[in-house]
Write a protein of this length. Structure first.
Lengths: 121, 99
C-alpha cells in the first residue's frame, strides 16, 4: 500500500532542520513503462535492519529524531513507497544523514521490488 | 520480474535425515521458482560456506546468482565462516532493491 502524506505539525521539537524524503514510484523501470511496483520483504530482518541503521544514523550524525516507513505490497506509479524523516539541529547533518541512510538501505535492508507493466496481472 | 509462483518448497533429491530450510527472495526465488529450498543438514560443525556447494547441487538454477549472495542467520547478516546449527533460520540474501 502507498504511504499517506504526513499530517502538518507531526514530529519532535527542538530541531532546526527537518528533512523529509519521499521515494516515489517512477513510471519507467529498467526502460519499460510500469503501472507500479510490487514490494516484498523478509520482514523480521527488514524491521531489524531499519532500526539498526536508524540507530547508527542517530549516533553518527547527532540527530534529534529519525522516522522511516517502507511500503510492502503494491504501490502504483506516482505513489510513495518509502518515507524518511530526519530532524537535526542543522541542515548539514540532516541532509548528510538522509543520503547516508538511503545508501545503507539500498545495500542492506532485505526489501525487493518487482516492476509490473500495465498489462501484467 | 514476475512474482514467484508456488510450490513453496524445493525437496532435496535425497531427503535423508535432517534438512535445513533456506529462505529465498527476489531474483534468487524467481530463478529457483520456490521460496524455500530444503537442503541436507551439512553436519555438526557446518558453517555458511559449506551451504554453498549444497545449494548449487540441490538448485543449479541459482548458480549465477549465488556468488553475489550473503547469508542471514536468525535475521542477521553473517560471514561465511559463521556456524549453522539445527533450528537456525537461514536466508540467502542477494541484491536488495528497496528504497
Amino acid at each position: 500500500m502507498p504511504l499517506p502524506w504526513p499530517a502538518a505539525g507531526d514530529g519532535p521539537g527542538g530541531y532546526g532542520a527537518l528533512v523529509t524524503f519521499d521515494g516515489i514510484v517512477r513510471p519507467i523501470e529498467e526502460g519499460r513503462s510500469i503501472a507500479g511496483l510490487q514490494y516484498e520483504a523478509y520482514r523480521p530482518m527488514a524491521d531489524r535492519m531499519l532500526l539498526k541503521i536508524a540507530g547508527q544514523a542517530m549516533e553518527q550524525f547527532s540527530l534529534v529524531d529519525i522516522e522511516v516507513d517502507h511500503s510492502i505490497g503494491w504501490v502504483g506509479t506516482g505513489e510513495c513507497s518509502f518515507r524518511l524523516r530526519i530532524a537535526a539541529m542543522h541542515r548539514k547533518e540532516a541532509l548528510a544523514a538522509t543520503d547516508w541512510f538511503i545508501d545503507r538501505l539500498k545495500l542492506d535492508v532485505p526489501i525487493w521490488k518487482a516492476g509490473q507493466t500495465p498489462m501484467t496481472p | 520480474m514476475q512474482p514467484v509462483p508456488t510450490p513453496e518448497k524445493y525437496a532435496p533429491r535425497d531427503p535423508g535425515h535432517g534438512t535445513l530450510p533456506i529462505r529465498l527472495f527476489g531474483a534468487e526465488a524467481a530463478a529457483a521458482g520456490v521460496r524455500i529450498i530444503e537442503i541436507p543438514m551439512p553436519g555438526p560443525h557446518a558453517d555458511c560456506a559449506s551451504l554453498r556447494p549444497i545449494l548449487l547441487a540441490v538448485c543449479p538454477a541459482i548458480a549465477g546468482l549465488l556468488p553475489g549472495c550473503r547469508f542471514a542467520v536468525n535475521h542477521e547478516f553473517v560471514e561465511d565462516r559463521h556456524p549453522v546449527k539445527p533450528g537456525d533460520e537461514v536466508a540467502l540474501i542477494g541484491r536488495v532493491s528497496g528504497g
